[in-house]
Design a protein. Structure first.
Length: 469
């Protein structure tokens, strides 16, 4: 069935969750898959689970209703669920309940390994009222609390939480009469998410995201990447981090279908990624730049278990600077015989402090594969942004390069710090008022302007393209 007659950009909804019932109530969308979870098997075959738009909308309604029997709007909750469809349902359920959520990968419940330190950071900084987790995980945590003698601080923080089992909020049926009820979910100016920076250049910081800023960010990204109800997205990005979360939201506002799998499955077998693109005839896929050489080395066309066909792919989004042209060139040469069109390469730039998306150097409707060779480069890097004046839909996303010492604009061709101003700008760092003023309320010297976010990333504008170093 062709879904392209429905334009998800009209009318724009103030928050992402409001798109979901719009799609779910269209007869042609009720059975349309919203998300497909692909579990990689030991023999290379995948086992798939699907949730349709109607099922997701009903589940989100049920989850939000059950959550509000134990919590109040505005409460903060940490989500400790493994990646999968259940995590997707709970993230959207929290938004519809008007809760502030923090998705965190659940560390080993023995808390003897080093991977629990991020959870300690989250609990200390965000002070959540409740935690949502699988029943078995909660039982193991309670056992740890009862026996804990080594880490009293962690045990005390865990004990203070109200623990909510996923089965208690998912399996109970509630009235499905949603249409007669006023929307009580997160409003545009309300915080709906705390997402942590990656920590690649420092200690991870908690970024406060309003529901309105998130909706604006994915609307701009949808237009930039030309996503529609006919789009099929394949993503193995972590569902706990900014870009992985963004593509969950992008799926819903576009009315698209997303095929998801875990980062662990990709790292274990990089060839799974092109296999999923081939199997589901994906049109769009986001990957971090480090995955390109990894696939070349460990996931080439002769190392998979399924045939490769990339003819359907219109948008291969490469994120996380730096994006080296030589590495992308090798990837293109490897997969071009299997249908990869070089014009689908979409180097992009983003950061958690702006929701995620900032800009892309993708040329949209350009279908000339040979033109990929003529993309300008700088210091062996591909551009990851275009100036706002070149893309009408990004006209409210202002990107400038500034001398970080003087805070003055630099001339084109001069390196400096990238600053970004847009309605997607997040509200600041939780618990860091002075750092919030410094990073989120910057203004270039000798210019009357709105506030900019200082990214801390070095960049340069060259030939009307933006490069992140």
């Amino acid at each position: 069935m062709n879904y392209e007659n429905y334009d998800p950009s009209f009318p724009d909804q103030p928050v992402v969750d409001l798109y979901l019932p719009v799609w779910a109530n269209l007869p042609s969308f009720r059975s349309k898959p919203a998300f497909i979870w692909a579990e990689d098997g030991s023999n290379g075959a995948t086992k798939n689970s699907t949730i349709t738009y109607a099922q997701l909308n009903e589940s989100v309604h049920s989850i939000s209703t059950q959550l509000l029997t134990q919590l109040q709007r505005g409460d903060t909750v940490v989500i400790l669920c493994s990646p999968g469809l259940e995590l997707v349902e709970i993230i959207f359920g929290c938004q519809r309940a008007g809760l502030l959520c923090i998705p965190v990968f659940p560390p080993d419940s023995s808390f003897t390994k080093e991977n629990y330190h991020h959870l300690v950071r989250v609990l200390s900084q965000t002070k959540p009222k409740a935690a949502i987790a699988h029943h078995d995980y909660i039982a193991r945590v309670q056992h740890y609390i009862s026996l804990s003698s080594d880490n009293h601080k962690l045990a005390e923080m865990l004990q203070k939480l109200t623990w909510i089992s996923t089965s208690d909020i998912k399996d109970k049926k509630v009235s499905s009469n949603m249409g007669s009820l006023p929307y009580n979910g997160c409003r545009p100016n309300e915080m709906y998410l705390i997402q942590y920076t990656s920590g690649a250049t420092g200690i991870p910081k908690p970024v406060l995201v309003t529901a309105g800023a998130a909706a604006h960010n994915v609307r701009v990204a949808r237009k930039a990447y030309d996503l529609y109800p006919n789009s099929v997205i394949v993503s193995w990005l972590p569902q706990y981090h900014d870009c992985g979360l963004q593509f969950l939201l992008l799926t819903i506002i576009s009315g698209a279908t997303s095929v998801l799998t875990s980062p662990g499955a990709f790292v274990n077998r990089p060839g799974l990624w092109p296999e999923l693109i081939s199997k589901f005839q994906a049109t769009c896929t986001p990957v971090p730049s480090f995955s390109i050489p990894l696939v070349i080395k460990r996931g080439g066309v002769d190392k998979g278990t399924q045939p490769i066909s990339l003819w359907s792919l219109k948008n291969l989004i490469i994120i996380n600077e730096p994006i080296y042209k030589a590495s992308v060139d090798r990837f293109v040469e490897m997969f071009k015989p299997f249908g990869l069109n070089p014009s689908c390469i979409s180097p992009s730039y983003g950061l958690a402090e702006n929701g995620t998306f900032v800009s892309t150097a993708w040329r949209g409707n350009c279908s000339n594969a040979a033109s990929f060779r003529h993309i300008p480069s700088h210091n062996k890097l591909l551009p990851c942004a275009r100036l706002a004046s070149q893309r009408e839909e990004e006209e409210d996303m202002d990107i400038i390069v500034v001398d970080e010492e003087t805070c003055e604009l630099v001339v084109d061709g001069t390196e400096g710090e990238i600053w970004v101003s847009s309605p997607s700008n997040c509200s600041g760092y939780l618990g860091h008022p002075s750092l919030t003023r410094e990073i989120f309320q910057a203004r270039p010297r000798n210019k009357v302007s709105r506030c900019f976010v200082r990214t801390g990333d070095r960049g340069i504008i060259k030939e009307k393209k933006g490069f992140s170093m």
